[in-house]
Design a protein around this ligand. Structure first.
Ligand code: IMP
Ligand code: MG
Length: 175
């Protein structure tokens, strides 16, 4: 049996709430009259999305996509996979992709490219966290939450092998 990896608190629930509030204010300013389609990447962004949209007081729609570049480990495989599923008509819509974390950038780059080909009216990216030091492709994060160090993080929706998603704070996994 392997011992439980150690969790070190990195970002408190209060800090997360303040960050979500700031991002929501920016999004309210830009999307009030646009009926945007928010596309959240499962599963990691479910908690962030839920907190974010409760602060958006204008018409919007929500969709989910299942996509990942990680297998079970802590290193990006580099190969991005998207589960087949139906998205509503995207042409002419204002799209906002909602992510939990941008690490290498491969997942976001893949999704933005995929969505961009469907001729949306606009296409932007919002991410709660940004693992700045690990980028392998250039990604512009239009609504950027918190920079995080090059550590594996969990909590607030973010998992390690499906564990820790329910935690209200964000932790670094020390192994
Ligand atoms: P990227 O394609 O390398 O940018 O990785 C993006 C995805 O990998 C994120 O949406 C997460 O699901 C996952 N990921 C990246 N870093 C972490 C981490 O530190 N903890 C948990 N999941 C992570
Ligand atoms: Mg993810």
């Amino acid at each position: 049996m392997s011992p439980e990896p150690e969790l070190r608190k990195l970002i408190t629930g209060e800090q997360i709430a303040a960050t979500v509030g700031r991002l929501a204010a920016e999004i309210r300013r830009d999307y009030r009259d646009k009926n945007p389609l928010l596309i959240a990447v499962l599963k990691g962004s479910f908690m962030f999305l839920a907190d974010l949209v409760r602060r958006l007081d204008f018409p919007l729609e929500i969709e989910f996509v299942r996509i990942s570049s990680y297998g079970g480990g802590t290193e990006s495989s580099g190969a991005v996979k998207m589960a087949p599923g139906a998205l509503p008509k995207i042409k002419g819509r204002h799209l906002l992709v909602v992510e939990d974390i941008i690490d290498t950038g491969l997942t976001a780059a893949f999704l933005l490219d995929y969505l961009g080909r469907k001729k949306p009216a606009s296409l932007k990216l919002c991410s709660l966290t940004d693992k700045v030091g690990r980028r392998r492709v250039l990604i512009n994060i239009d609504y950027r939450g918190l920079a995080v160090p090059d550590k594996f993080i969990v909590g607030y929706g973010i998992d390690r092998n499906e564990k820790y998603r329910h935690l209200p704070d964000i932790y670094a996994l020390e192994q």
